[in-house]
Ligand binder design. Structure first.
Ligand SMILES: Nc1ncnc2c1ncn2[C@@H]1O[C@H](COP(=O)(O)OP(=O)(O)OP(=O)(O)O)[C@@H](O)[C@H]1O
Ligand SMILES: [Mg+2]
Length: 291
């Protein structure tokens, strides 16, 4: 036989042998499939318990208790505190008399971080884990909905605001008085008037349906809302130099200080200057009260 054709035939033979080994391995695995599934399930459980216990010990988590109200002291964000060692903790108290808290404050003030830290604590507690707080009493919720951030899905035909509204609708449709909702700046993706109208109506709905919720907004014009507790991020305003303390205090923020962030990220000077001029000129009048 020609040398080239010998090699060709040998290659075919190698492939045949390899496939038969692979096939017998596959059959052997199939025979043991249920045992393998049980074992991997067991390993996953051990991994979960060991990791949860390790985190609880290393990161100083507490064992949550369950009751009729939500009372979290010294709540921290499980991830952010890993790279911000000076992370500022905050409390969250919700009960039948105060079911909804609205957070206002400057951009970069820690509103979203706070909302997420509470949602994460609820999720971790209901998964059976210890939580990043100094004390945590929680209600057992039947659902947790978090609507945060902005993003579109152009491939399925969903625009940015449509995604926001779809997610809100999903949360509101499936919520009961035992559900926990987190709405971060709902109504942000449309005009001020549309946004405020929707945002205010959603807050009213949450109040009427008696749903536990944390919301945040930059629409200071629609606040205060009766039936909602208002908290703001503490700031120090030193000659228009804004320092953020990441601490919550009762009240409504005086401004979102968005121009301050524009300055920090160094927008072109002309743009910044014009922004400040516009800000001073711009007076938005809300003649009729939403209440
Ligand atoms: N409690 C905290 N302690 C220390 N740092 C914090 C704390 N909360 C937030 N930060 C830091 O501030 C950054 C901005 O926080 P966050 O995105 O929550 O602000 P925000 O108020 O939601 O701003 P925006 O209004 O622009 O959405 C975080 O990425 C984090 O680095
Ligand atoms: Mg935010």
């Amino acid at each position: 036989m020609h040398y080239e054709s010998q090699i060709y035939h040998l290659n075919n033979k190698i492939e045949e042998i390899e496939f038969s080994i692979f096939d017998s391995l596959r059959n052997a695995i199939e025979q043991e499939q249920s045992e393998i599934n049980k074992l991997s399930d067991l390993i996953a459980h051990i991994d979960y318990f060991v990791s949860a216990a390790k985190c609880a010990l290393e990161y100083n988590y507490v064992k949550p208790i369950f009751g009729d109200t939500l009372d979290i002291k010294g709540a921290r964000h499980a991830i952010i505190e890993q790279y911000k060692k000076d992370f500022i903790s905050n409390d969250c108290i919700l009960n039948e008399e105060r079911m909804i808290i609205c957070i206002t404050g400057p951009n970069m003030g820690g509103k979203s971080t706070y909302l997420r830290s509470i949602a994460l604590i609820i999720l971790m507690a209901q998964c059976g884990m210890y939580v990043p707080a100094s004390y945590a009493k929680l209600k057992l919720f039947d659902g947790l909905f978090v609507r945060i951030g902005a993003g579109d899905n152009i491939f399925t035909g969903d625009s940015t605001f449509q995604v926001e509204m779809l997610e809100c609708a999903e949360a509101l449709k499936h919520s009961t008085p035992n559900t926990f909702i987190v709405f971060d700046e709902v109504g942000r993706g449309t005009s001020i008037r549309d946004g405020i109208s929707i945002s205010y109506a959603i807050c009213s709905y949450l109040i009427t349906k008696k749903i536990y919720a944390l919301v945040s907004t930059h629409y200071l014009e629609m606040l205060p809302i009766d039936g909602i507790e208002h908290y703001r991020i503490k700031t120090i305003n030193n000659n228009s130099n804004i320092s953020v303390l990441y601490e919550l205090e009762p009240g409504i923020a005086e401004s979102s200080f968005g121009l301050n962030i524009a300055k920090c990220v160094e927008l072109p000077k002309e743009v910044l200057q014009k922004s400040y001029e516009n800000y001073n000129k711009l007076i938005i009048k809300f003649n009729s009260s939403l209440n």
